[in-house]
Design a protein around this ligand. Structure first.
Ligand code: NAD
Ligand code: TYD
Length: 368
């Protein structure tokens, strides 16, 4: 049987889409390692539950003994590293977990992988890859007219989340430069699509609108993000893994910059069409709330390198991808309901209760 790829964080949003797409596209086996934090959901991989090509391991990337055992037992040909704490607002409320998983966890995984890789026979050693999945947020914030981030843009992270991801990028780079570990790094823009945990902008807007709850827009809502349909991201990672040049970084983006208010308007318009609310247009639920501290104003990705070298371009437009996403949430009310239990509910009250208090104290800071 072909050697598997070891996917960390494969029960999360992008990781689960990647595992499902990888097996569908290549037929090759996957070992998923996931700690099942609040963001990890085994249900995302339910369709693979009895598939012999998939092996799920509940465990932490900080557990060196487990990593050593998994690498020795499964002898993967590649590690694809998604596992992370990923939500900026959570990183503001509690940065420690971000340093722990994103920095120390990546370090532990690099060390275990390096030891495993060093012991491989020459043919396996040269074919081996460590692909680090990172974000455009490591580059910091852009002025409105500044050119989009290229791979040469200096890291200038502004949130505890992006700082911890930037640190992990640097570790990955150093493990290649110093030890020769065959690494690849991808820095991608904001993803959206199925299995997106409803604490992030797009799924939160869909889920809240359907429940008749307020749609909280931070500050003036004119912050710009570049949006990419998650399955396009998964295809890009497959290309980089197959043909990327070792030691290189590839930016991945959707050529699709939009301010948050426009995202919310488009989500509402799609819901008005697909699930009209007798009470009126969903936009009536928009509520401007206190801004995120240190909120980056604009991200934009220049994805010409991956197109030039690997021929990758996104297949979905924002309109087609968002329509599919809204459809998915309408068709998966049970998934949403099951996700909205326990820790998720606690998180919502911590984040938005604090905002309401701040709002009451600083009325002038709340636009709209
Ligand atoms: P997510 O929060 O949905 O999923 C993270 C997964 O990692 C969860 O399944 C969680 O259980 C697991 N995990 C967390 N800590 C772990 C640990 N210590 N050991 C093992 N597993 C652990 O995140 P996502 O949105 O799917 O992002 C995946 C990766 O892609 C992250 O590295 C993130 O920085 C990067 N990324 C995300 C986006 C985006 O828009 N979501 C964009 C660019 C890059
Ligand atoms: P998010 O989905 O958290 O991704 P990121 O912060 O990693 O870009 O947020 C996307 C944008 O939407 C960001 O500018 C913050 C904003 N936002 C809101 O306005 N309201 C919300 O309730 C959330 C979760 C995000």
């Amino acid at each position: 049987m072909t050697s598997p790829v070891l996917v960390t964080g494969g029960a999360g949003f992008i990781g689960s889409n990647f595992v499902l797409d990888w097996i569908a596209a290549t037929g090759e086996p996957v070992v998923t390692l996931d700690a099942l934090t609040y963001a990890g959901n085994r249900e995302n991989l339910a369709s693979l539950e009895v598939d012999p090509r998939h092996h799920f391991v509940h465990g932490d990337i900080l557990d060196r003994a487990l990593l050593d055992e998994l690498l020795a037992r499964h002898r993967p040909r590649a590690v694809v590293h998604f596992a992370a704490e990923s939500h900026v607002d959570r990183s503001i409320h509690g940065p420690a977990a971000f340093v722990k998983t994103n920095v120390e966890g990546t370090f532990t995984l690099l060390e275990a992988t390096r030891q495993h890789w060093a012991g491989l026979a020459e043919a396996e050693r040269s074919a081996f890859r460590f692909l680090h999945v990172s974000t455009d947020e490591v580059y910091g914030s852009l002025l409105p007219d500044a050119p989009a981030f290229t791979e040469a843009h200096a890291h200038a992270p502004n949130s505890p989340y992006s700082a911890s991801k930037a640190a992990s990028d640097h570790l990955v780079r150093a493990w290649h430069h110093t030890y020769g570990l065959p690494v690849l790094t991808t820095n991608c823009s904001n993803n959206y699509g199925p299995f997106h945990f409803p604490e992030k902008l797009i799924p939160l807007m869909i889920v809240n609108a359907l429940a008749g709850k307020p749609l909280p827009v931070y500050g003036d809502g004119m912050q710009v993000r570049d949006w990419l349909y998650v399955k396009d991201h998964c295809a890009a990672i497959r290309e980089v893994l197959a043909h990327g040049r070792v030691g290189e970084t590839y930016n991945i983006g959707g050529w699709n910059e939009k301010p948050n208010v426009e995202i919310v308007e488009t989500v509402c318009a799609l819901l008005d069409e697909m699930r009209p609310d007798p009470a009126g247009p969903y936009l009536r639920l928009v509520k401007h709330v206190v801004d995120r501290p240190g909120h980056d104003r604009r991200y934009a990705i220049d994805a010409r390198k991956i197109e030039r070298e690997l021929g990758w371009r996104p297949e979905e437009t924002f309109e087609s991808g968002l329509r599919k996403t809204v459809r998915w949430y309408l068709d998966h009310a049970g998934w949403v309901e099951r996700v909205q239990t326990g820790a998720y509910r606690d998180w919502l009250s911590t984040n938005y209760a604090a905002r309401s208090q701040a709002e009451a104290g600083h009325v002038g800071a709340v636009p709209g």
